[in-house]
Design a protein around this ligand. Structure first.
Ligand SMILES: O=C(O)c1ccccc1NCC(=O)[C@H](O)[C@H](O)COP(=O)(O)O
Length: 274
């Protein structure tokens, strides 16, 4: 069975159990549920934005343990100081070693930076929970959902003032799942069957995504050169986890990447505020 199927099977059991522990009504009474979410679109598109969505990722199915030494509040605050436009916090525990508490700690440490709840959303309960733990936007993965679910889940997210990043892997998912109700469209460069990452996937799909959506390239991004070339293809956002997290100082790795990018592109020397 492929990894996504295993993740989703596990997630269904986990969400049903979680509903018996904390009801939706209780989630709606949490203090963070009443906080006004921030716009990832605005953070990524504002002039001078690095567009980097820096991810806190302890482990993954493709790499195993990446970094279990660093702390979430310290690392995410470092990312923001280094120039991240947004943060991504994985909240899946079995496969990625993340928790909802991680996201809440990142929220407390970074009150002015949009945070995505990076998880495998298959139930409306998780969207309400996303707002209650302090997220500003959510991920909907086309490979895990029907087009109708993307439509209804993104509508619910908007009703809760959360933005939506729709993730696709290929042309077919884009054709079947893209709807006006999402805000950002992410192309995942990681083939979930082989785990191989190839930024050509983003290049290939770029022109098929209407410019009304903010385009995000996800996974396997390591070099300033790749980011520059993806910018030239129309991408505004770059979701990066492992490249930063595999180092002892993830924020310093982001700072270095932005310095390399500025070096490569002297015309926009002052573009990234670091
Ligand atoms: O990262 C994995 O191994 C993985 C496996 C199966 C499903 C999803 C997976 N990753 C989630 C992500 O989307 C990435 O964490 C994110 O795009 C950052 O990727 P990277 O920069 O390559 O860590």
């Amino acid at each position: 069975m492929d990894v996504l199927k295993r993740i989703i099977e596990r997630k269904r059991t986990e969400v049903e159990y979680q509903k018996t522990v904390v009801s939706q009504r209780e989630l709606e009474q949490r203090p963070l549920f009443n906080r006004k979410p921030l716009s990832a679109r605005d953070a990524i598109c504002r002039p001078g934005s690095s567009g980097i969505i820096a991810e806190f990722k302890r482990k993954s199915p493709s790499k195993g343990i990446i970094n279990d030494q660093v702390l979430v509040a310290e690392t995410t605050a470092g990312y923001v100081r280094a120039g991240a436009a947004c943060l991504s916090v994985l909240t899946d525990e079995p496969f990625f070693g993340g928790t909802s508490q991680d996201l809440t700690q990142a929220r407390e440490a970074n009150p002015a930076t949009p945070i995505i709840r990076k998880d495998f959303i298959i139930d409306p309960y998780q969207i309400v929970e996303a707002r209650a733990i302090g997220a500003d936007f959510i991920l909907l993965i086309a490979a895990c959902l029907s087009p109708e679910e993307v439509q209804t889940f993104s509508q619910l997210a908007h009703d809760l003032a959360l933005e939506v990043l729709l993730e696709v892997h290929d042309e077919a998912e884009l054709a079947s799942h893209l709807t006006e109700t999402v805000d950002l469209v992410g192309v995942n460069n990681r083939n979930l069957k082989t785990f191989v990452t190839d930024t050509e996937t983003s290049v290939r799909l770029a022109s098929l995504i209407p410019d009304s959506f903010v385009k995000i390239s996800e996974s396997g991004l390591q070099q300033a050169e790749s980011i520059l070339s993806l910018q030239q293809s129309g991408y505004r956002g770059f979701l990066i986890g492992e490249t930063f997290m595999k180092t002892a100082d993830p924020a310093q790795a982001l700072e270095q990447l932005l310095a390399d990018l500025n070096q490569l592109n002297p015309l926009s020397q002052k573009q990234y505020i670091v």
